[in-house]
Design a protein around this ligand. Structure first.
Ligand code: SF4
Length: 234
């Protein structure tokens, strides 16, 4: 596992639990609004100091009982071939595990769920399920295979009785109200859909200036989308 960040305490990243967060290195997307270019761009990854896995397990050993869950995010964690082995060790210590994913590695996601290695899945849906639109939103690196996997991951999560959430980061340059309604229709049946507005004050991958949704449009989106699914704004 290539780990590029470790946050020892979070009260918000695993619903109702005290958690810590492991950030894996590397991603197959290049979302122009990505907040973690240091975990995504090869030239920035080179400068990153990797965190030894022993450090994570030593923390988990010492904090058993205080900390209840481990949230694994990235980058894209499912690109790490030894992710299942890492999670097996974490679960053997009694921790709950949440996985944040972009859904492009359907096989790994399915296997992790079938092996009951994850307790909660948070999947990003970048845009409505239209190849061209999705491709633009992820930095023009989308392949047909990735796109099919994303659709399979959504369907699989909707079918399984596993706590999960779908979420979308809204950026004015990439999302229209109708796009978000289309996403909501595609995930209808899921318990909750989280919408978060792009923050303009952080370093992002593209370096281009992007714009958060204005409040009025956001309210309109929430109103429309609530016809299909319970929406929570973050
Ligand atoms: S926002 Fe996009 S590029 Fe950044 S880590 Fe997530 S999927 Fe990868």
């Amino acid at each position: 596992m290539k780990i590029g960040g470790f946050q020892k305490l979070s009260l918000i990243d695993y619903p109702g639990k005290v958690s810590c967060i492991v950030f894996t290195i590397g991603c197959n997307f290049r979302c122009p609004y990505c907040y973690v270019p240091q975990l995504v761009l090869p030239e920035q990854i080179k400068k990153l100091k990797e965190i030894p896995i022993t450090e994570i397990f030593s923390f988990l050993q010492k904090n058993k009982g205080l900390n209840e869950a481990v949230v694994i995010t990235g980058g894209e964690p499912t690109l790490q071939p030894d992710l299942p082995e890492f999670i097996r060790r974490v679960k053997a210590m009694g921790y709950l595990v949440a996985l944040e994913t972009n859904g492009t590695n359907f096989e790994m996601l399915k296997n992790l769920i079938e092996e009951k290695l994850v307790d909660y899945v948070e999947m990003d849906i970048k845009n409505k399920l239209d190849f061209e639109k999705y491709n633009l939103t992820v930095g023009s690196v989308l392949t047909e295979e990735m796109f099919e996997n994303i659709k399979k991951s959504i369907k699989f999560l909707l079918k399984r009785n596993l706590p999960h959430e779908f979420r979308t980061t809204l950026v004015k340059e990439f999302h229209e109200i109708d796009d978000v309604i289309e996403i909501a229709k595609a995930i209808k049946g899921s318990e909750v859909y989280y919408l978060q507005n792009f923050k303009a004050d952080v370093e992002i991958i593209g370096g281009k200036k992007l714009t958060p949704m204005d409040e009025e449009t956001l309210k309109e989106i929430v109103k429309e989308v609530s016809n299909f699914i319970r929406v929570v704004r973050r």
